[in-house]
Design a protein around this ligand. Structure first.
Ligand SMILES: Cc1cc2nc3c(=O)[nH]c(=O)nc-3n(C[C@H](O)[C@H](O)[C@H](O)COP(=O)(O)OP(=O)(O)OC[C@H]3O[C@@H](n4cnc5c(N)ncnc54)[C@H](O)[C@@H]3O)c2cc1C
Length: 493
């Protein structure tokens, strides 16, 4: 057996979270080994956020062009997928090549190892024949993969996951989408706008089932207007593929499509990580962490794997905490004041440029011994359909289930000045969930042409527990979409 090689930190999985942790620790002067079995950067830049948002940008341009007829004369639109596929291949993913990302990491002083990492006892990680022993810690950032439901006939057939949907060069004539969550709906709308006949089959009684029912309704209406067939409350029971197309059986009905996209959620694969060698239960759905991302002594986890929300901004947020905590742990292990100077580096060196853009730096200045802890109260989430569905904090149902004395404020965007001016494509609303006893917002949903952007004001309000009295007496620019927040506040009851 190979002698273990002693390093400061080992990071397993260099997706959004792992790459950020590994890069920042390397920049801080630690010896960091980063292990990635596929592409450095992970799901977001190659098969997730970035290419899907490029697709959405293109599909929305088509939709806007159609709106010319209602607002500004006439426009003839001939969709063409080729420039979208080219942009994803050339601009987003370098044809799914991570050389730039690997160089970025090694340029910061990190040591890159391509392979599958697995815990091999406390502080140890094995990659093939190599074994690394971490002086200060091991960070797991191995993410999730699509969760494929155990539907009869599905596993044996060439279904799509988000990977094939993002890599597609020639669009199919028709597409069946299993799952009406954020990923399913975003991709369904894109393909429909490019002329694909799309059918969404969702087991829950509404699409976007985790969001407010009003958001589900408006999203379903928008997709139907784009020609998407939506069937809710249908549990797929059997899948058939005849070599040319798929048939899904469920609820006594059948649904057909040339391709089948499975978008029924994501799953962490804990069983692959060697967790039993450090006495951690690998049979859980996600890897539980404490508020500083500790799994167990000497092991941290970051990103989708932790089950705190499958978003790039969560992975980046948690990465900031892991970096601070690991440096603090190192300082305490070594004793005395911060030996690497990293407590002060934290503020400045935080600007690590990640695979998905420098704007995502999550740095915070950390005094030795004072490490920020995770707080998910104001976790924002955006479904980038048109209209966009942005949400933060608790939904009305979640708040009522917690026994909170709830007040709701609602306003329709179409009746706001900006919504009325906007006209074509102006569907949307603002819904506020208020803790009436505390006099603060605890949740909000913002749907509209800029629903995700309008959300930012509501995130600040929930995060900082801004008193309602203050929200009511601030000035909202006229005529913006976000001015509708003021209307919703007026309607609180
Ligand atoms: C279609 C789609 C659209 C999305 N859109 C958005 C969006 O708009 N906004 C948003 O915030 N989020 C979005 N997401 C979610 C976002 O992509 C994830 O939250 C993010 O990628 C999570 O980062 P991560 O570091 O936890 O994991 P990942 O990005 O999944 O990276 C984990 C990495 O670990 C590697 N790995 C796994 N096991 C091992 C091992 N044993 N050894 C070595 N390497 C290993 C994997 O190869 C992978 O590269 C989207 C996701 C999808 C699928």
């Amino acid at each position: 057996m190979a002698e273990p090689e002693l390093v400061d930190v080992v990071v397993v999985g260099l997706g959004v979270g792992g790459e950020e942790v590994a890069g920042r620790l390397a920049e801080a002067g630690l010896t960091v080994v980063g292990i990635e079995r596929d592409l450095v950067g992970g799901e977001c830049p190659y098969w997730g956020c970035i290419p899907s948002k490029m697709m959405i940008r293109a599909a929305n341009a088509l939709a806007e062009a159609h709106r010319v007829n209602e607002l500004a004369g006439s426009a003839e639109v001939r969709p063409d997928w080729a420039p979208v596929a080219r942009r994803i291949r050339e601009e987003a993913t370098d044809t799914w090549d991570d050389k730039v990302a690997v160089d970025r990491f090694t340029g910061k002083g990190g040591r890159f190892v391509r392979g599958t990492g697995r815990l091999d006892g406390r502080n140890r990680v094995r990659v093939g024949e190599q074994v690394f022993e971490a002086r200060y810690g091991v960070v797991l950032g191995t993410g999730t993969r699509p969760s494929v439901p155990p539907i009869d006939g599905l596993a044996d057939n060439p279904y799509w996951t988000n990977h094939q949907a993002i890599e597609v060069e020639e669009l199919p004539e028709s597409l069946l989408v299993l799952g009406g969550g954020a990923i399913g709906l975003e991709l369904a709308q894109v393909f429909a706008r490019f002329g694909v006949r799309v059918t969404v089959v969702e087991a829950a009684d509404r699409v976007l089932a985790l969001e407010e029912p009003e958001a589900s309704e408006i999203a379903a209406t928008a997709l139907r207007a784009d020609g998407v067939e939506i069937h809710t409350g249908v549990k797929a029971e059997r899948v058939e593929h005849d070599g040319a197309s798929f048939t899904v059986h469920g609820g006594g009905r059948t649904f057909g499509g040339e391709k089948l996209l499975v978008a029924t959620g994501r799953r962490a694969h804990l069983e692959e990580l060697g967790l039993e060698t450090v006495q951690v239960d690998a049979k859980q759905r996600y890897l539980p962490v404490d508020e500083r991302m500790h799994v167990t002594e000497g092991i941290w986890a970051v990103g989708d794997l932790t089950g705190e929300g499958a978003f790039t901004h969560i992975a980046m947020y948690q990465a900031g905490i892991v970096v601070a905590d690991l440096l603090d742990h190192m300082r305490r292990t070594k004793g005395g004041p911060d030996p690497s100077g990293t407590a002060s580096v934290m503020g400045g060196a935080a600007g690590a440029v990640s695979a998905v853009g420098g704007a995502m730096s999550t740095g915070s200045t950390v005094a030795p011994g004072s490490v920020p802890v995770a707080d998910y109260r104001a976790l924002p989430r955006v479904t980038f359909t048109d209209p966009e569905v942005g949400a933060v904090g608790l939904t009305e149902r979640q708040a009522r289930d917690r026994g909170i004395n709830v007040q709701i404020g609602y306003t329709d965007l179409t009746s706001s000045t900006r919504g009325w001016i906007h006209k074509a494509g102006n569907a949307g609303f603002i819904k506020l969930v208020v803790d009436a006893d505390q006099g603060v917002l605890i949740g909000a949903t913002s749907v509209g042409p800029a629903g995700g952007e309008v959300l930012s004001a509501l995130v600040v309000a929930v995060h900082a527990a801004v008193p309602l009295s203050q929200l009511r007496h601030m000035i909202y620019a006229y005529p913006t979409f976000h001015r509708a927040i003021e209307d919703a506040l007026r309607n609180l009851r």
